[in-house]
Ligand binder design. Structure first.
Ligand SMILES: Nc1ncnc2c1ncn2[C@@H]1O[C@H](COP(=O)(O)OP(=O)(O)OP(=O)(O)O)[C@@H](O)[C@H]1O
Ligand SMILES: [Mg+2]
Length: 227
């Protein structure tokens, strides 16, 4: 089976005043389709930076990020934007719902480029257990409920990959566990690969695949031999 992602020598440098920060330092990695991967590591180890490259939100300083046979490094910006819209679903720590739209409208808004679809948005809310809350504004939903809406929104386009950056960071641990389990179940049903960044090793332990980062490198995961 062809890997979904193949990373070779991926390095990302940031300039902070006079110092160069090596956020990613020569990452070699393959991710297979259908996997549920936890990306764990302490603050500053490079988790968000790696997720941003996997989600075509940024480009590496050096190295290659292959996604389904295309090297993202060589794609023009408009093709990266297209990938972000159609192939990737994003879930963030802060939920990032639009405060003036109801739950169902927050999901529907993601479907606008493909014509919008209220019925489908409602069905997705039902899948995350929020059918009854469809007409509530985010301010009237709990953190866990808001994150469920964000998951419904991420899945609405049937993305190839869901990229979740500390999705439980603003939730208590019981709710956090429920969110991870829901993400895992739904991604399986929708055929999406999931990559979750977390510094919580208890949550990471729920994932069948774990990748550990330290100082911009993967640790304890020998890189597969180059093809
Ligand atoms: N835009 C940026 N400009 C400068 N430095 C950055 C930038 N983004 C990230 N860094 C630095 O790169 C390193 C990796 O950061 P990153 O956000 O990827 O870590 P993280 O593992 O996600 O941490 P956390 O658990 O706190 O979210 C850190 O030293 C960070 O300060
Ligand atoms: Mg981060």
């Amino acid at each position: 089976m062809e890997p979904l992602y193949t990373l070779r020598g991926v390095t990302k440098l940031f300039q902070r005043g006079p110092t160069t920060v090596r956020a990613l330092d020569g990452i070699d990695l393959e991710i297979q389709p259908g996997q549920f991967v936890a990306l764990e590591g302490p603050s500053g180890s490079g988790k968000t930076t790696l997720l941003q490259l996997l989600g075509a939100l940024d480009r590496p300083t050096a190295g290659d990020v292959w996604f389904e046979g295309a090297d993202l490094v060589g794609l023009p910006d408009h093709e990266l934007a297209e990938l972000r819209l159609r192939s990737f679903g994003f879930v963030f720590q802060q939920f990032n719902l639009i405060p003036t739209l109801t739950a169902v409208e927050n999901v529907e808004v993601k479907l606008i480029p493909s014509g919008g679809d209220r019925a489908r948005a409602l069905q997705l809310l039902d899948e995350v257990g929020l059918a009854e809350r469809a007409d509530h504004l985010p301010a009237h939903l709990s953190g866990g409920e808001q994150q469920r809406v964000a998951i419904a929104r991420a899945l609405s386009v049937e993305p190839r990959v869901v990229l979740a950056d500390e999705p439980t960071g603003n939730l208590d641990s019981a709710t956090g566990g429920e969110i991870i389990d829901l993400l895992s179940k739904l991604a399986d049903e929708h055929g999406s690969t999931v990559i979750v960044a977390t510094h919580d090793s208890e949550l990471a332990a729920r994932a069948p695949q774990r990748l550990a980062m330290r100082d911009g490198r993967l640790v304890g995961n020998p890189a597969p031999a180059p093809a």
